[in-house]
Write a protein that binds this ligand. Structure first.
Ligand code: SF4
Ligand code: SF4
Length: 483
């Protein structure tokens, strides 16, 4: 029986509720009157300086996703762009993954790190190797990492993860620093989440992979991850452990996308109903080729148009939740979906254990890769590409650094301070990147962009302060200014 506030996975992700939702959506997919009402409800409303969005329930959003009328789909895209523009402007936050270990006791059938894959070499970084990786990442210009590790209580116990986090935060190479470490490790106990919280992590990320319980159990035939309820209830334990920022995700291609879409929104509604805070981010990965993995065996793969529609509908349904796309997607696809709601992308990524240090931007080790990287450009190329398209690459970690966790983004929106906060923060962190790491061409494009964009900070005093900070960064002075 569906109960959004239940602490049991099978009740807050109730299978019958999803099936009823899909039936309702199918029945109403051509109901223009209803769709019009849903779009009106979701549209941004302005009161003074404050812009607010109501978001949508999983049922309402599923109707939009089911709609096949090209004219209406254009309206859905237009609304998604409008919401993205209202809250995220042209800013795109940059991050990189850092793989710590590919030892894993699970048997996820879509992942090359599964226990039975004997072809892949197993590797776990030492603290010295982590130091080298982090220096390489800092020298690229990264400030925000997502650490990734397989589940293995012997090789990768929580103590190892905590030690790695500590090492990463401690490295200050030249002007570099990793200012926010997001953590993507297996579902664990409240006690371990408390330890991660105390270690100062940013977001705790755990992909559900699929919300369909039966498929979930087949796709995870053995190992601790086989337990659907333990995995699905992990975010509740993380929040109980004090972590305010959690990141959801499904792996599109494993099961039917409409089912996953309703499931992930129900999960978001559950977190909001129980903890008062929805997910900080939603990731939208698709199954990719890797060692021992052929994506063609998963018959639920989705094309680029469907993928774009999913992203637009998530943007409309949960307007305050960041949305992440990785280098699994190629340049063309990333370009297509960026304006529809993506707020964070990775750049210059390596998805192998120890993939950064000792390699040139063109070299890329494949032996321990978790998946094929489709977008293989360097961070500098990605930054320039974003700016050429009119986006502002941002390395901002200000909220985390100022202790603005949980629903802080919504708080910024509610007092109408995004443009006075996120905007100058994006420009100042971009200036750091340009001064310390960019190629001359990227620097020239970026400095022209900053000169233009700084004029769009509405508060005059703040704009003036930001201009002074920008000068100080350019002249090689202090870094890490933030509002
Ligand atoms: S997805 Fe994670 S848990 Fe599953 S095999 Fe890969 S590393 Fe292990
Ligand atoms: S100020 Fe906060 S909400 Fe805005 S971009 Fe920076 S971290 Fe994100």
């Amino acid at each position: 029986m569906y109960d959004v506030k239940s602490m049991k996975a099978e009740e807050f992700i109730d299978d019958q509720e999803i099936l009823d939702t899909l039936e309702y959506a199918e029945k109403n997919k051509n109901n223009r009157e209803l769709i019009g009402q849903i779009l009106d409800k979701a549209a941004p409303k302005k009161t003074g300086r404050v812009v607010e969005c109501a978001g949508l329930s999983h049922r309402e959003a599923s109707v939009l996703l089911a709609c096949e009328d090209p004219e209406v789909i254009e309206k859905i895209y237009a609304l998604a762009r409008q919401i993205k523009e209202a809250f995220y402007g042209d800013r795109i936050v940059m991050f990189a993954p850092l793989y710590l270990s590919n030892y894993c006791v699970n048997q996820c059938v879509y992942c090359p790190y599964h226990l039975k894959n004997k072809e892949i070499p197993r590797k776990k970084l030492t603290q010295e190797e982590i130091r080298q990786e982090v220096i390489a990442l800092q020298d690229m210009g990264h400030k925000r990492l997502a650490i990734e590790s397989g589940e293995d209580p012997v090789n990768n116990p929580i103590e190892y993860i905590l030690e790695c986090i500590n090492t990463i935060y401690s490295i200050k190479h030249k002007n570099g620093a990793i200012r926010r470490v997001n953590v993507n490790i297996a579902a664990t106990t409240v006690e371990n989440y408390k330890k991660l919280h105390d270690a100062g992590i940013g977001t705790y990320i755990l992909f559900q992979e699929t919300y369909h319980k039966e498929s979930y159990e087949k796709l995870h035939p053995a190992g601790p991850k086989h337990n659907y309820a333990y995995h699905t209830e992990a975010m509740d334990r993380a929040m109980e452990g004090g972590i305010d920022d959690v990141g959801l995700g499904v792996l599109f291609g494993l099961d039917k996308y409409k089912y996953e879409f309703a499931g992930i929104l129900m999960h978001a509604e559950h977190l909001e109903a129980v903890h008062g805070v929805g997910p900080h981010t939603i990731s939208v990965p698709r199954v990719k080729k890797a060692s021992d993995i052929d994506p063609n065996v998963f018959d639920n793969s989705i094309d680029d148009d469907t993928f774009a529609k999913i992203i637009a509908c998530i943007r409309i349904a949960v307007p305050y939740t960041g949305m992440i796309i990785s280098t699994r997607e190629n340049e063309t696809c990333r370009e297509k979906v960026m304006g529809l709601g993506i707020s964070q992308i990775s750049g210059g990524s390596r998805t192998s254990v120890g993939g950064y240090a000792g390699y040139t931007p063109e070299e890329r080790p494949h032996d321990t890769e978790q998946f094929d990287v489709s977008d293989q450009r360097s961070l500098d190329e990605v930054v320039k590409w974003l700016m050429d398209m009119g986006y502002i690459p941002s390395f901002c970690t200000a909220c985390y650094r100022e202790g603005r966790t949980g629903d802080r983004f919504m708080a910024l929106c509610k007092v109408g301070q995004i443009q006075n906060c996120c905007h100058p923060n994006a420009l100042m962190t971009l200036q750091e990147y340009l001064t310390d790491y960019a190629s001359p061409e990227t620097r020239a494009v970026g400095e022209a962009l900053i000169a233009r964009e700084i004029q769009n900070v509405p508060d005059l005093k703040r704009r003036q302060r930001a201009i002074e900070y920008l000068d100080e960064i350019k002249n090689g002075g202090k870094r890490d200014f933030r509002f």
